[in-house]
Design a protein around this ligand. Structure first.
Ligand code: EPS
Length: 388
């Protein structure tokens, strides 16, 4: 079983992730993790923080001579901004006076529910952990496990399908390499160059008016075998796990698989993906992929197609009405330095989150303690499916 936890505050010294259960002998490319961390930092619409940070991973356990050891892997990313927050984020009680408490919860943020639930008179103790800065650790983990998936031919890509009401035209035929190049070349990670200037103009306008923007991310995974996940129990269904993992990303509000909500309006005859058999290659095929690559909580072997909706960020430079926690008087929500739009970053984050759930399902199905065993079990299964 693979599992991970993250720890760390947005303006604390560092973010930490511990990943357990990766097979031994997986080659680890640290530069590739750093490339994904850099991808997460990019995107038009970010605020001043990204000019301060230069995220780089430090691995302090579980890897030796470039290979995983089978033991827990600890990934650390330093917060450069901590230098500016040392007193305000101090461990020492005597430094408390240096940090004015945050007392005006922002509508849409974890602020109010968190302060009430944890009985905190300073909202900073909530917002520091609720912050999307935490996703740095999740991207490092996702990037690490992509290195287990790649030799099996499994690839995952996240890109932006819409920001605000500006929707990219749908991709006629998904080609992984082309989509990866196009999204990387785009300032807002879209595959449609025509929509990009409209998105940039709207981000600029929101920046001027103190507003924020959400959007839609798409994640596609290719090269999947049939049968990851299982129909037999609710918590083994891969679609359910993917939805949970994606909804746990900060500001995510909805997940669709395949045709998603649109499927509800179609008749069964128009929706379901008819089955064919490719005799020369001895494999079952589908005439369409409206299911988005899962049926009965299992992969079908077709590409996995997910969409995730992100609400606009809740830190507004022109704040909404709120109530001061101390006085209970009407007040405006707190203004904190923040981003106007982080949907391009969310695409990289969703990619990492999906990669983790797929790696988890792979290790579960192929029960591997080593890369060697994983490869053997994986190839054996593919041959079994071919010979069916
Ligand atoms: C965030 C607010 C901003 C973002 C931050 C998430 O940070 P700050 O308050 O320091 O300006 O830049 O995102 C990151 C730091 C990051 O690495 O993505 C928030 O409130 O969630």
């Amino acid at each position: 079983m693979i599992r991970f936890l993250t720890a760390g505050e947005s303006h604390g010294p560092q973010l930490t992730a511990i990943v357990e259960g990766l097979p031994a002998g997986v080659p680890v490319d640290v530069a590739a993790i750093n490339r994904d961390l850099a991808r997460r930092q990019k995107g038009y619409g970010r605020g001043g923080r990204m000019a301060i940070e230069k995220d780089e991973v430090r691995i302090v356990s579980g890897v030796r001579f470039g290979l995983t050891m089978g033991s827990p892997i600890t990934l650390i990313v330093e917060n450069r901004d901590y230098r500016n927050w040392e007193k305000r984020m101090s461990l020492n009680p005597e430094d408390r006076e240096q940090a004015a408490p945050v007392t005006r919860p922002r509508p849409g943020h974890a602020d109010l529910a968190g302060a009430l639930k944890y009985h905190l008179d300073d909202i900073r103790n909530v917002l520091e952990r609720a912050s999307a800065r935490e996703t740095t650790a999740r991207v490092a983990v996702g990037s690490l496990v992509k290195q287990l998936l790649a030799p099996l031919g499994i690839r995952v890509l996240g890109y932006v399908a819409a920001i605000g009401a500006n929707e990219a035209r749908p991709v006629p035929e998904f080609d992984y390499e082309r989509a990866a190049q196009q999204s990387e070349a785009s300032a807002v990670r879209v595959l449609d160059p025509e929509v990009e200037p409209r998105i940039i103009a709207e981000i600029d306008e929101c920046k001027k008016t103190g507003d924020t923007l959400g959007g839609i991310v798409e994640v596609v995974a290719t090269g999947l075998p049939v049968g990851l996940g299982s129909h037999v129990q609710w918590d083994r269904k891969l679609d359910g796990r993917l939805a949970q993992a994606l909804l746990s990303v900060q500001a995510a509000k909805a997940v669709e698989i395949g045709r998603g909500f649109a499927a509800a309006r179609l008749r069964g005859s128009a929706l379901h993906d008819e089955i064919a058999y490719d005799r020369p290659n001895r494999r079952f095929l589908r005439h369409s992929n409206n299911s988005g690559g899962t049926e009965g909580g299992m992969t079908t072997g077709e590409p996995l197609m997910l969409r995730v909706a992100f609400k606009p960020l809740s830190t507004l430079m022109r704040p909404l009405r709120s109530v001061d926690l101390r006085t209970k008087e009407e007040a405006l929500g707190t203004i904190e330095r923040s981003d106007v739009c982080a949907v391009p970053a969310a695409a990289v984050i969703c990619e990492a989150v999906v990669a983790f759930e797929l790696a988890r399902a792979v290790v579960e199905k192929f029960g591997a303690d080593s890369q060697h065993e994983l490869k053997r079990n994986y190839e054996g299964y593919l041959a079994q499916v071919r010979d069916f």
